[in-house]
Ligand binder design. Sequence first.
Ligand SMILES: Cc1cc2nc3c(=O)[nH]c(=O)nc-3n(C[C@H](O)[C@H](O)[C@H](O)COP(=O)(O)OP(=O)(O)OC[C@H]3O[C@@H](n4cnc5c(N)ncnc54)[C@H](O)[C@@H]3O)c2cc1C
Length: 360
Amino acid sequence: MAEITPVRKKRVVVVGGGVAGSLLCKTLLNDKHLDFTLIDSKEYFEVSWANLRSMVEPSFAKRTVINHHEYLPGASIITCDAIGIEENHVSTLEGRLIEFDYLVIATGHIASGYVTKAEKLRQYEAENEKIKSSESILIVGGGPSGVELAGEIAVDFPTKKVKLVHRGSRLLEFIGEVAGKKALDWLTARNVEVILGQSIDFSSSSDGVYQTSNGEEIMADCLFKCTSIPIGSSWLQETFLKDSMDDFGRLKVDETLRVKDFENVFAIGDITDIPELKQGYLAQRHALLVAKNLKLLSNGCDESALVKYVPASPMAIVSLGRREALIQIWCVTLVGRIPGMLKSKDLFVGKTRKQLGLKA
Ligand SMILES: Cc1cc2nc3c(=O)[nH]c(=O)nc-3n(C[C@H](O)[C@H](O)[C@H](O)COP(=O)(O)OP(=O)(O)OC[C@H]3O[C@@H](n4cnc5c(N)ncnc54)[C@H](O)[C@@H]3O)c2cc1C
């Protein structure tokens, strides 16, 4: 009788366990033809847009910080920074070499430095103590993080004096001018003082006195830095993908979400150069599409069968405390309770947990 040689499963290495990487891994779990290894700098996935709520309500983080093993039982997970790629393996900081047939890069932004879930939960407790024990709070950065944090504090702690300093000429520069103006009006109406066109010189600030670029002094009991987090692409700079990045360090992808000119390397989420807003719900779309394409390829399907990605039209929601929010869809911008009903109560946490097969 002829012996049947078992077909080896194709090995997928996913680097980055954020919004995109976590959903991709969940979708590939128990696949008949694919085995994956997730490499992430930290041992948990975090619903990143919920972290401002966790600063005013630390118990909220118990649902938003999820150990990778909780939603990927039995999976191969390596908690370590990836530091390079050579031919068909990824190298990690602790010296391991992980072989792949397909590689998916999902390192949207560098990690916060808190490796364990317990450390991350303690960070929220500490930040909450800082807020509670301060009368005056300085927030630096007027992008979505700074605006959402100012909104959370203004609603939960209305007697605190909050100042927000932003180097740009308007808030929320990633979306339209009207949105920036509406966010400014909303914050100002809740006694948040917004200072535009100035930055904070951290080197010359001490003992609760902060120097602005205009030479003004701001006194504050505590400070929160909400400036943008760098893209997680520096580890690629010495690899064969170094010429596949644009000027912002984003990977250039084709419509199948493979890095241009590479047949077996995909990129998903904020690290891609797809011409659309960098949003988590889009990172999740990329993940689902790449899961399909990996399954097609591992089933021996023809290149022409691969699914193609169409960039999304612009839509973003910025929460403003627990009930209100600001939404921009195309060129329509609304602020108040109606957009708030979409995001601000649960911040899509229940929905995200369900996508990972967990209780909402
Ligand atoms: C305040 C705020 C509010 C937002 N609100 C929304 C919203 O309402 N809806 C929405 O859809 N989007 C929202 N976003 C955007 C959303 O958070 C991002 O688009 C999303 O997190 C991108 O997902 P990602 O998987 O590409 O990257 P990330 O979620 O940043 O994940 C990257 C992962 O890569 C890992 N990593 C990085 N470098 C390495 C390395 N060298 N080795 C190993 N691992 C590495 C990190 O640990 C991390 O786990 C918001 C963002 C902010 C800041």
